[in-house]
Design a protein around this ligand. Structure first.
Ligand SMILES: Nc1ncnc2c1ncn2[C@@H]1O[C@H](COP(=O)(O)OP(=O)(O)O)[C@@H](O)[C@H]1O
Ligand SMILES: [Mg+2]
Length: 329
């Protein structure tokens, strides 16, 4: 990446105290995100995939400055988030927005849609107060809702309409980076495509950067320029969409992709060897966290943490055996 990243995490780790524990020792902490470095360019959409509890939301919130990492640094346009104070902090808050999985839970049921979308304009003093309702109507139009929705309440809307409101609310403050945290996971399959198309259109027309989080690699891969895969808090693979989808190198990524139905039978891949059922075991972080489930596991895999090795093409994989594995079918 030549240009300065818009937002970058450098070796970020987040540990949480284990339930009920006040003790500072390592054994009493749970590692949600470990040593993850990721940089998102202006205008880029990065897909972030991994199963439930792999640390996706935690990493997204760290990038937005909503939670502090236990270690590591987040930079927005090159500046450490912790060093941004006063008025610049306000501008940063405005530039970094989030869209949630369940817009209903995040929309105040007592407020009209108009008031919800207007809130950010009032907080950040965007536009003259008298002009803000016009801006709200414009924003609603931008996400495919007619201006009459401004007078309605969240409970009167369908799931897809509510997600459009969630997007309008995020757009109101003219952000440069949006984290979509499972933005289509709660929606009917028939509605998902519409919301993804809306996000794609907004990204094109507004030059937005996005981190698109999903437990379902199929749901967000089309929109993603690059895809990063998390497993147990570690980034185990990252690459361009085609690198990750067509030539996945990590056994876990291969297993994820094998689980997606392929519409064209002639392109169907041979299934990779089945995963060992070790998912519930808390992984030993001294070695590869995927080792308990890996069909290719060898003794060397448990002794040390496999580094993320990045090929010249930019395709990175954290697997000791990556060069020995049979090519993905
Ligand atoms: N505030 C918190 N306190 C304690 N543990 C947390 C907290 N937030 C997340 N976790 C734990 O961190 C892990 C990663 O969570 P999360 O980032 O939400 O994963 P994902 O979004 O991939 O499902 C989970 O095991 C979760 O229980
Ligand atoms: Mg999550």
């Amino acid at each position: 990446m030549s240009a300065q990243p818009l937002i970058a995490a450098e070796a970020v780790t987040k540990e949480f105290p284990l339930q009920g524990s006040m003790l500072p020792w390592r054994a009493h902490r749970f590692t949600a995100v470990e040593n993850v470095s990721i940089a998102i360019a202006p205008g880029e959409v990065l897909g972030l995939v991994g199963e439930s509890a792999s640390g996706k939301s935690t990493l997204g919130r760290i990038l937005l400055g909503l939670i502090q990492p236990s270690a590591g640094t987040v930079r927005f346009r090159g500046t450490d988030l912790r060093a941004i104070g006063g008025g610049e902090r306000r501008a940063m808050r405005r530039a970094l927005q989030i869209i949630f999985q369940d817009p209903y839970a995040s929309l105040d049921p007592r407020l009209t849609i108009g008031a919800i979308v207007r809130e950010g304009l009032d907080i950040h003093g965007i536009g003259a107060p008298g002009a803000r309702d016009v801006k709200v109507a414009h924003l609603l139009g931008r996400v495919g809702l007619d201006a009459g929705f401004a007078r309605r309440y969240p409970h009167e809307l369908s799931g897809g309409q509510r997600q459009r409101v969630g997007i309008a609310r995020a757009l109101a403050v003219e952000p440069t980076f949006i984290v979509g945290d499972e933005p289509v996971s709660a929606l009917d399959v028939s509605i998902r495509g519409q919301i993804l198309a809306l996000l794609a259109e907004l990204r094109r027309s507004m030059g937005l950067s996005m981190l698109l989080i999903s437990h379902d690699i199929g749901a967000i891969s089309q929109l993603s320029d690059r895809i990063a895969v998390l497993y147990a808090g570690r980034m185990i693979e990252i690459g361009s969409r085609s690198q990750v989808l067509r030539t996945p190198r990590h056994p876990y990524t291969r297993a994820l992709l094998a689980a997606i139905p392929v519409p064209d039978p002639s392109r169907r891949r041979a299934p990779p060897p089945a995963l060992t059922d070790g998912a519930s075991a808390s992984p030993d972080r001294a070695g590869c966290v995927f080792a308990p489930r890996c069909p290719h596991v060898r003794p060397a895999c448990t002794g040390s943490v496999p580094p993320l090795t990045v090929l010249e093409s930019g395709h990175g994989t954290a697997c000791l055996l990556q060069d020995e594995l049979p090519p993905a079918a």
